[in-house]
Ligand binder design. Sequence first.
Ligand code: PBG
Ligand code: ZN
Length: 329
Amino acid sequence: MYYPTRRMRRLRKNKIIRDSLNEAKLSKEKFIYPLFLTHGENKKTPINSLPGLYHFSPDKVVEEVQEALDVGINKFLIFGGALKEEKDNTGKEAANPEGIVPKALKNIKREFGDEIVLFADVCLCPYTEHGHCGIVDYDTGKILNDPTLPMLAKAAITYAVAGADWVAPSDMMDGRVKVIREALDKEGMEDISILSYSVKYASAYYGPFRDAVDSAPQFGDRSTYQMDYRNIRQAVQEVILDEQEGADAVMVKPALAYLDIIKTVRQTTNLPVAAYNVSGEYAMVKFGAQHGIFDERRITIENLTAISRAGADWIITYHAKEVLQKGWL
Ligand code: PBG
Ligand code: ZN
Protein backbone atom coordinates (compact mmCIF):
# COMPACT_ATOMS: atom_id res chain seq x y z
CA MET A 1 0.00 0.00 0.00
CA TYR A 2 1.21 3.55 -0.83
CA TYR A 3 2.41 5.49 2.21
CA PRO A 4 2.09 9.31 1.71
CA THR A 5 4.99 11.27 3.18
CA ARG A 6 3.52 14.65 2.29
CA ARG A 7 0.28 15.01 4.24
CA MET A 8 -1.79 18.16 3.77
CA ARG A 9 -4.32 16.85 6.26
CA ARG A 10 -1.94 17.66 9.11
CA LEU A 11 -2.80 21.32 8.45
CA ARG A 12 -6.49 20.54 8.89
CA LYS A 13 -6.24 18.30 11.92
CA ASN A 14 -8.05 20.44 14.45
CA LYS A 15 -10.04 23.63 14.68
CA ILE A 16 -7.26 25.67 16.29
CA ILE A 17 -4.91 24.99 13.42
CA ARG A 18 -7.64 25.45 10.80
CA ASP A 19 -8.80 28.76 12.25
CA SER A 20 -5.27 30.07 12.54
CA LEU A 21 -4.71 29.45 8.83
CA ASN A 22 -7.91 31.16 7.65
CA GLU A 23 -7.07 33.10 4.47
CA ALA A 24 -10.50 34.57 3.87
CA LYS A 25 -11.79 35.85 7.13
CA LEU A 26 -15.34 37.07 6.76
CA SER A 27 -16.27 39.97 8.96
CA LYS A 28 -19.23 42.26 9.23
CA GLU A 29 -17.07 45.20 8.20
CA LYS A 30 -16.97 43.74 4.69
CA PHE A 31 -20.71 43.78 4.19
CA ILE A 32 -22.79 46.32 2.33
CA TYR A 33 -26.51 45.72 2.76
CA PRO A 34 -28.85 46.71 -0.12
CA LEU A 35 -32.19 48.33 0.68
CA PHE A 36 -35.20 48.62 -1.64
CA LEU A 37 -37.51 51.60 -1.43
CA THR A 38 -41.13 52.08 -2.38
CA HIS A 39 -43.57 55.00 -2.40
CA GLY A 40 -45.89 55.83 0.46
CA GLU A 41 -45.64 55.96 4.22
CA ASN A 42 -45.16 53.41 6.96
CA LYS A 43 -44.82 50.65 4.38
CA LYS A 44 -42.87 47.42 4.69
CA THR A 45 -43.95 44.93 2.05
CA PRO A 46 -42.33 41.58 1.26
CA ILE A 47 -40.60 41.10 -2.09
CA ASN A 48 -41.85 37.81 -3.52
CA SER A 49 -38.82 37.10 -5.68
CA LEU A 50 -36.45 37.72 -2.76
CA PRO A 51 -37.60 35.84 0.34
CA GLY A 52 -36.76 37.68 3.56
CA LEU A 53 -36.43 41.08 1.88
CA TYR A 54 -38.86 44.00 1.85
CA HIS A 55 -39.70 47.24 0.14
CA PHE A 56 -39.59 50.13 2.59
CA SER A 57 -41.15 53.56 2.31
CA PRO A 58 -38.66 56.40 2.90
CA ASP A 59 -39.84 56.84 6.51
CA LYS A 60 -39.97 53.15 7.35
CA VAL A 61 -36.51 52.32 5.98
CA VAL A 62 -35.00 53.98 9.05
CA GLU A 63 -36.20 51.05 11.17
CA GLU A 64 -34.48 48.55 8.89
CA VAL A 65 -31.23 50.51 9.08
CA GLN A 66 -31.53 50.49 12.88
CA GLU A 67 -32.03 46.71 12.94
CA ALA A 68 -29.01 46.17 10.72
CA LEU A 69 -26.89 48.63 12.67
CA ASP A 70 -27.83 46.80 15.88
CA VAL A 71 -25.96 43.77 14.55
CA GLY A 72 -23.04 45.79 13.23
CA ILE A 73 -23.88 46.55 9.61
CA ASN A 74 -22.89 50.12 8.84
CA LYS A 75 -22.88 50.32 5.04
CA PHE A 76 -26.02 50.40 2.92
CA LEU A 77 -26.75 50.55 -0.81
CA ILE A 78 -30.01 52.29 -1.65
CA PHE A 79 -32.30 51.44 -4.59
CA GLY A 80 -35.33 53.47 -5.56
CA GLY A 81 -37.85 53.43 -8.35
CA ALA A 82 -40.65 55.40 -9.95
CA LEU A 83 -44.39 55.06 -10.33
CA LYS A 84 -45.50 54.14 -13.83
CA GLU A 85 -46.82 57.64 -14.51
CA GLU A 86 -43.47 59.16 -13.48
CA LYS A 87 -41.48 57.14 -16.02
CA ASP A 88 -40.38 58.57 -19.36
CA ASN A 89 -37.67 58.08 -21.95
CA THR A 90 -35.11 60.19 -20.07
CA GLY A 91 -35.58 58.72 -16.59
CA LYS A 92 -35.65 62.22 -15.14
CA GLU A 93 -37.46 61.06 -12.00
CA ALA A 94 -34.08 59.56 -11.01
CA ALA A 95 -32.88 63.11 -10.38
CA ASN A 96 -36.00 64.43 -8.66
CA PRO A 97 -34.93 65.89 -5.28
CA GLU A 98 -38.39 64.96 -3.95
CA GLY A 99 -38.08 61.35 -5.12
CA ILE A 100 -38.05 58.39 -2.76
CA VAL A 101 -34.26 57.96 -2.82
CA PRO A 102 -33.40 61.51 -1.71
CA LYS A 103 -36.17 61.32 0.90
CA ALA A 104 -34.81 58.09 2.32
CA LEU A 105 -31.21 59.31 2.24
CA LYS A 106 -32.20 62.40 4.20
CA ASN A 107 -34.17 60.42 6.76
CA ILE A 108 -31.39 57.90 7.30
CA LYS A 109 -28.67 60.54 7.56
CA ARG A 110 -30.74 62.63 9.95
CA GLU A 111 -31.11 59.62 12.23
CA PHE A 112 -27.66 58.02 12.01
CA GLY A 113 -25.22 60.63 10.67
CA ASP A 114 -21.69 59.30 10.38
CA GLU A 115 -22.46 56.09 12.24
CA ILE A 116 -23.25 54.72 8.80
CA VAL A 117 -22.02 55.08 5.24
CA LEU A 118 -24.63 55.39 2.51
CA PHE A 119 -24.16 54.27 -1.07
CA ALA A 120 -26.77 55.33 -3.64
CA ASP A 121 -27.20 53.30 -6.81
CA VAL A 122 -27.19 55.61 -9.82
CA CYS A 123 -29.03 54.33 -12.87
CA LEU A 124 -32.01 55.22 -15.00
CA CYS A 125 -33.63 51.81 -15.57
CA PRO A 126 -36.06 51.98 -12.62
CA TYR A 127 -37.15 55.39 -13.93
CA THR A 128 -37.40 54.90 -17.71
CA GLU A 129 -40.57 53.79 -19.49
CA HIS A 130 -38.57 51.28 -21.56
CA GLY A 131 -36.54 49.89 -18.63
CA HIS A 132 -33.16 50.55 -20.25
CA CYS A 133 -30.31 52.13 -18.31
CA GLY A 134 -29.96 54.98 -20.80
CA ILE A 135 -32.02 57.21 -23.05
CA VAL A 136 -33.41 55.39 -26.11
CA ASP A 137 -33.50 56.57 -29.70
CA TYR A 138 -36.86 55.07 -30.66
CA ASP A 139 -36.10 55.34 -34.40
CA THR A 140 -33.09 53.05 -34.20
CA GLY A 141 -33.73 51.24 -30.90
CA LYS A 142 -30.26 52.33 -29.76
CA ILE A 143 -29.48 53.07 -26.13
CA LEU A 144 -27.70 56.39 -26.39
CA ASN A 145 -24.47 56.82 -24.47
CA ASP A 146 -23.49 60.48 -24.42
CA PRO A 147 -26.98 61.99 -24.06
CA THR A 148 -27.49 59.79 -20.97
CA LEU A 149 -24.46 61.12 -19.10
CA PRO A 150 -25.89 64.47 -17.94
CA MET A 151 -28.93 62.76 -16.39
CA LEU A 152 -26.70 60.31 -14.51
CA ALA A 153 -24.64 63.22 -13.21
CA LYS A 154 -27.81 65.03 -12.19
CA ALA A 155 -29.05 62.01 -10.29
CA ALA A 156 -25.67 61.58 -8.58
CA ILE A 157 -25.68 65.21 -7.46
CA THR A 158 -29.23 64.88 -6.16
CA TYR A 159 -28.29 61.87 -4.03
CA ALA A 160 -25.08 63.45 -2.77
CA VAL A 161 -26.97 66.58 -1.73
CA ALA A 162 -29.54 64.42 0.06
CA GLY A 163 -26.92 62.58 2.08
CA ALA A 164 -25.25 59.83 0.05
CA ASP A 165 -21.59 59.41 1.00
CA TRP A 166 -20.94 57.37 -2.13
CA VAL A 167 -22.64 57.30 -5.50
CA ALA A 168 -22.56 54.02 -7.38
CA PRO A 169 -23.26 54.25 -11.11
CA SER A 170 -24.57 50.92 -12.45
CA ASP A 171 -25.62 51.95 -15.96
CA MET A 172 -22.50 50.92 -17.93
CA MET A 173 -22.47 54.01 -20.14
CA ASP A 174 -18.92 54.92 -21.19
CA GLY A 175 -17.45 57.96 -19.49
CA ARG A 176 -19.97 58.26 -16.69
CA VAL A 177 -17.42 58.12 -13.89
CA LYS A 178 -15.60 61.12 -15.32
CA VAL A 179 -18.78 63.08 -15.89
CA ILE A 180 -20.05 62.33 -12.37
CA ARG A 181 -16.67 63.16 -10.78
CA GLU A 182 -16.51 66.50 -12.58
CA ALA A 183 -20.10 67.35 -11.67
CA LEU A 184 -19.50 66.55 -7.98
CA ASP A 185 -16.31 68.59 -7.91
CA LYS A 186 -18.00 71.49 -9.63
CA GLU A 187 -20.67 71.50 -6.91
CA GLY A 188 -18.00 71.53 -4.20
CA MET A 189 -18.67 67.91 -3.29
CA GLU A 190 -15.12 66.67 -3.64
CA ASP A 191 -15.58 64.51 -0.51
CA ILE A 192 -18.28 62.39 -2.11
CA SER A 193 -16.85 59.12 -3.40
CA ILE A 194 -17.63 57.01 -6.44
CA LEU A 195 -18.04 53.24 -6.37
CA SER A 196 -18.23 52.29 -10.02
CA TYR A 197 -20.01 49.18 -11.19
CA SER A 198 -16.98 48.84 -13.46
CA VAL A 199 -17.33 45.20 -14.37
CA LYS A 200 -21.01 44.49 -14.75
CA TYR A 201 -21.97 41.56 -16.91
CA ALA A 202 -25.22 41.14 -18.83
CA SER A 203 -26.54 38.40 -16.59
CA ALA A 204 -29.60 36.25 -16.03
CA TYR A 205 -28.83 36.49 -12.32
CA TYR A 206 -30.50 39.92 -12.13
CA GLY A 207 -33.98 38.47 -12.69
CA PRO A 208 -35.35 38.78 -9.14
CA PHE A 209 -33.96 42.31 -8.79
CA ARG A 210 -35.66 43.53 -11.95
CA ASP A 211 -38.85 42.11 -10.59
CA ALA A 212 -38.30 43.97 -7.32
CA VAL A 213 -37.60 47.39 -8.83
CA ASP A 214 -39.69 46.95 -11.98
CA SER A 215 -36.75 47.67 -14.27
CA ALA A 216 -36.87 44.86 -16.84
CA PRO A 217 -36.18 46.15 -20.37
CA GLN A 218 -39.40 46.38 -22.40
CA PHE A 219 -37.57 45.51 -25.62
CA GLY A 220 -34.23 43.87 -26.37
CA ASP A 221 -31.71 43.28 -23.63
CA ARG A 222 -28.75 45.03 -22.02
CA SER A 223 -26.05 43.35 -24.11
CA THR A 224 -25.02 46.52 -25.98
CA TYR A 225 -23.89 48.15 -22.73
CA GLN A 226 -23.39 45.50 -20.05
CA MET A 227 -20.44 43.14 -20.50
CA ASP A 228 -20.37 39.86 -22.39
CA TYR A 229 -19.74 37.08 -19.87
CA ARG A 230 -17.43 35.25 -22.24
CA ASN A 231 -14.82 37.96 -21.73
CA ILE A 232 -12.22 38.72 -19.10
CA ARG A 233 -9.81 41.13 -20.85
CA GLN A 234 -12.57 43.71 -21.17
CA ALA A 235 -13.02 43.52 -17.42
CA VAL A 236 -9.42 44.62 -16.98
CA GLN A 237 -9.95 47.43 -19.47
CA GLU A 238 -13.12 48.65 -17.74
CA VAL A 239 -11.27 48.82 -14.43
CA ILE A 240 -8.32 50.69 -15.91
CA LEU A 241 -10.64 53.24 -17.53
CA ASP A 242 -12.73 53.77 -14.39
CA GLU A 243 -9.58 54.24 -12.36
CA GLN A 244 -8.39 56.87 -14.85
CA GLU A 245 -11.78 58.55 -14.81
CA GLY A 246 -11.63 58.93 -11.05
CA ALA A 247 -13.41 55.99 -9.43
CA ASP A 248 -12.59 55.54 -5.73
CA ALA A 249 -13.52 51.86 -5.76
CA VAL A 250 -14.55 49.36 -8.41
CA MET A 251 -17.10 46.58 -8.47
CA VAL A 252 -17.50 43.18 -10.04
CA LYS A 253 -21.02 41.92 -10.59
CA PRO A 254 -22.35 39.24 -10.28
CA ALA A 255 -19.99 37.54 -7.83
CA LEU A 256 -20.33 33.77 -7.56
CA ALA A 257 -20.15 32.81 -11.22
CA TYR A 258 -17.44 35.45 -11.60
CA LEU A 259 -14.84 34.61 -8.97
CA ASP A 260 -12.16 34.47 -11.67
CA ILE A 261 -13.06 38.03 -12.58
CA ILE A 262 -12.88 39.21 -8.98
CA LYS A 263 -9.45 37.66 -8.68
CA THR A 264 -8.24 39.23 -11.91
CA VAL A 265 -9.60 42.64 -10.96
CA ARG A 266 -7.95 42.31 -7.55
CA GLN A 267 -4.62 41.89 -9.35
CA THR A 268 -5.35 44.73 -11.80
CA THR A 269 -6.01 47.59 -9.41
CA ASN A 270 -4.97 48.86 -6.02
CA LEU A 271 -8.38 50.44 -5.49
CA PRO A 272 -10.82 48.70 -3.17
CA VAL A 273 -12.77 45.96 -4.96
CA ALA A 274 -16.43 45.33 -4.19
CA ALA A 275 -18.25 42.21 -5.33
CA TYR A 276 -22.02 42.15 -5.73
CA ASN A 277 -23.61 38.89 -4.60
CA VAL A 278 -26.68 39.56 -6.75
CA SER A 279 -30.37 38.82 -6.43
CA GLY A 280 -30.35 35.59 -8.46
CA GLU A 281 -27.51 34.20 -6.37
CA TYR A 282 -29.42 35.05 -3.20
CA ALA A 283 -32.69 33.65 -4.54
CA MET A 284 -31.08 30.31 -5.45
CA VAL A 285 -29.89 29.89 -1.88
CA LYS A 286 -33.23 30.94 -0.39
CA PHE A 287 -35.49 28.84 -2.60
CA GLY A 288 -33.11 25.89 -2.40
CA ALA A 289 -33.07 26.07 1.37
CA GLN A 290 -36.86 26.37 1.47
CA HIS A 291 -36.97 23.08 -0.39
CA GLY A 292 -34.59 21.50 2.07
CA ILE A 293 -31.96 20.67 -0.52
CA PHE A 294 -29.13 22.16 1.50
CA ASP A 295 -28.20 23.65 4.84
CA GLU A 296 -28.84 27.38 4.49
CA ARG A 297 -26.30 28.50 7.05
CA ARG A 298 -23.50 26.43 5.57
CA ILE A 299 -24.16 27.30 1.94
CA THR A 300 -24.49 31.02 2.71
CA ILE A 301 -21.20 31.19 4.58
CA GLU A 302 -19.48 29.06 1.95
CA ASN A 303 -20.64 31.47 -0.79
CA LEU A 304 -19.62 34.62 1.09
CA THR A 305 -16.27 33.12 2.04
CA ALA A 306 -15.59 32.24 -1.60
CA ILE A 307 -16.22 35.84 -2.62
CA SER A 308 -13.87 37.08 0.08
CA ARG A 309 -11.22 34.50 -0.86
CA ALA A 310 -11.35 35.62 -4.49
CA GLY A 311 -10.21 39.04 -3.31
CA ALA A 312 -13.23 41.22 -2.58
CA ASP A 313 -12.75 43.92 0.05
CA TRP A 314 -16.47 44.60 0.20
CA ILE A 315 -19.33 42.20 -0.37
CA ILE A 316 -22.68 43.64 -1.31
CA THR A 317 -25.09 40.99 -0.14
CA TYR A 318 -28.76 40.55 0.71
CA HIS A 319 -27.68 37.97 3.29
CA ALA A 320 -25.89 40.54 5.46
CA LYS A 321 -28.47 41.24 8.14
CA GLU A 322 -29.66 37.68 8.55
CA VAL A 323 -26.12 36.30 8.76
CA LEU A 324 -25.34 38.60 11.67
CA GLN A 325 -28.69 38.38 13.42
CA LYS A 326 -28.42 34.61 13.44
CA GLY A 327 -24.78 34.64 14.53
CA TRP A 328 -23.66 32.68 11.48
CA LEU A 329 -20.21 34.26 11.22
C1 PBG B 1 -29.64 48.54 -12.38
C2 PBG B 1 -29.11 47.50 -11.46
C3 PBG B 1 -29.28 46.11 -11.57
C4 PBG B 1 -28.71 45.56 -10.42
C5 PBG B 1 -28.18 46.61 -9.66
N1 PBG B 1 -28.43 47.81 -10.33
C6 PBG B 1 -29.99 45.27 -12.55
C7 PBG B 1 -29.75 45.36 -13.99
O1 PBG B 1 -28.71 45.78 -14.48
O2 PBG B 1 -30.69 44.98 -14.70
C8 PBG B 1 -28.71 44.11 -10.09
C9 PBG B 1 -28.78 43.77 -8.66
C10 PBG B 1 -29.17 42.36 -8.38
O3 PBG B 1 -29.54 41.57 -9.25
O4 PBG B 1 -29.12 42.03 -7.18
N2 PBG B 1 -28.75 49.04 -13.30
ZN1 ZN C 1 -29.86 50.21 -14.94
